[in-house]
Design a protein around this ligand. Structure first.
Ligand code: NAP
Length: 346
């Protein structure tokens, strides 16, 4: 394997796993980060990194910053984007870097004649920002409801993905675009940061959620999300968007599972408000939460979440790690990185 590929946002939870798997497969990897190389020992110590990993500094909003990283690359994985539910200024903190950054990276790719395929990490957030008792979501759906006030992270992901597809139709570059739309990505982290999605499990154990709510999560293991990105590169016929998520689990099912694993000495929610009356109470209480979390609660509580993940299975041959296994490893990882203080015998 002599291909050279670029991965943006290399320090991230998902990108680090993409880089690990690419190095294992023999690719040469140019990886963009915002800080000095010394800040990323979990990348530079990966097997194969000494010979085939190069870190290059780039910020999404510095125009032309990705030129050097993508020049000479066969393909580019664009994962960098701010991922935060609660921010001060959604336009400045989420939308601007997500959209400007996507255009910036695609412009650099268009200038580099070598790039044949770009794989963009979008999100289920660009498919829908709400659960639904009627609908089964698929790649055909687009989130049309988010804005700067309602689920602004979802808005940033939708605008960024739209900007990417617009770039392709307007600029007609030499490369094609494949988009990966994962749901809630969980599992072991290669680096020390706590990702927003794994943070839910830390918060469950720490008592941040005193009550069970009627919400359903679509879960997918971070190693599977990385695998889907690479399958999207290695499958010449890959086309369009791929909804990448395994099973759904309700909050109640997740908490029952954590109890069954023996995490009973932690502050897992005990009060059951996953009921029709509980839905009403939780929706009222959502107005006492930080804006991003409150908005999420109002668009998800009391509704089911169903989706069709057959496209990625059929077209890319995707198989998934069992969701309970991912939860188990995500939680063990929280203790490993001291995101949650261990109170049980390991
Ligand atoms: P993450 O760990 O927070 O990674 C985000 C990455 O983006 C980091 O490398 C971060 O760099 C980089 N970044 C943010 N702002 C930047 C800027 N202005 N310039 C350059 N780089 C910037 O999150 P993740 O979960 O791995 O997310 C990766 C991608 O997957 C994102 O596009 C996210 O929207 C998408 N996604 C995530 C999930 C999930 O559940 N985790 C689900 C669906 C989609 P620093 O380390 O320097 O901050």
């Amino acid at each position: 394997m002599s291909q050279t590929v670029c991965v943006t946002g290399a320090s991230g939870f998902i990108a680090a796993h993409i880089i690990k798997q690419l190095l294992e497969k023999g690719y040469k990897v140019r990886a963009t980060v915002r800080g000095e190389s010394a800040r990323y020992p979990y990348l530079t110590s990966l097997e194969g990194a000494a010979e085939r990993l190069e870190l290059i500094q780039a910020d999404l909003q510095d125009i032309g910053a990705y030129d050097q990283a993508v020049t000479g690359c066969d393909a580019v994985f664009h994962t960098a984007s701010p991922y935060a539910v609660n921010v001060k200024d959604p336009q400045k903190d989420l939308v601007d870097p997500a959209v400007t950054g996507t255009r910036n990276v695609l412009n650099s790719c268009a200038k580099a004649a070598s790039v044949k395929r770009v794989i963009l990490t979008s999100s289920m957030a660009a498919i829908t920002d709400e659960a639904s008792n009627e609908k089964v979501f698929s790649e055909k759906d687009w989130n049309t409801r988010s804005d700067l006030k309602r689920n602004p992270y979802y808005y940033s992901k939708t605008l960024a993905e739209r900007a990417a597809w617009d770039f392709i139709s307007e600029q007609k570059p030499e490369f094609d675009l494949i988009v990966i739309n994962p749901f809630m990505v969980i599992g072991p982290s290669l680096g020390p940061s706590l990702n927003e999605s794994n943070k839910i499990y830390a918060d469950l154990l720490k008592g941040v959620y005193p009550t069970l709510m009627n919400v359903t999560w679509g879960l997918v293991d971070v190693r599977d999300v990385a695998k889907a990105h690479i399958l999207a590169l290695e499958t010449p016929e890959a086309k369009g968007r791929y909804l990448v998520s395994n099973e759904t689990m309700t909050m109640t099912e997740v908490v029952e599972y954590l109890n069954s694993l023996g995490y009973t000495q932690y502050k897992l929610p005990k009060i059951n408000l996953a009921t029709p009356i509980g839905d009403k109470i939780m929706k009222l209480l959502s107005y006492t939460q930080p804006k991003g979390s409150g908005s999420y609660m109002r668009s998800h509580i009391g509704k089911d979440m169903r989706y069709d993940n057959s496209k990625v299975k059929q077209e890319l041959g995707m198989t998934f790690i069992d969701a309970k296994q991912s939860i188990k490893e995500a939680v063990e990882d929280l203790f490993k990185w001291n995101h949650v203080e261990a109170k049980h015998a390991s």
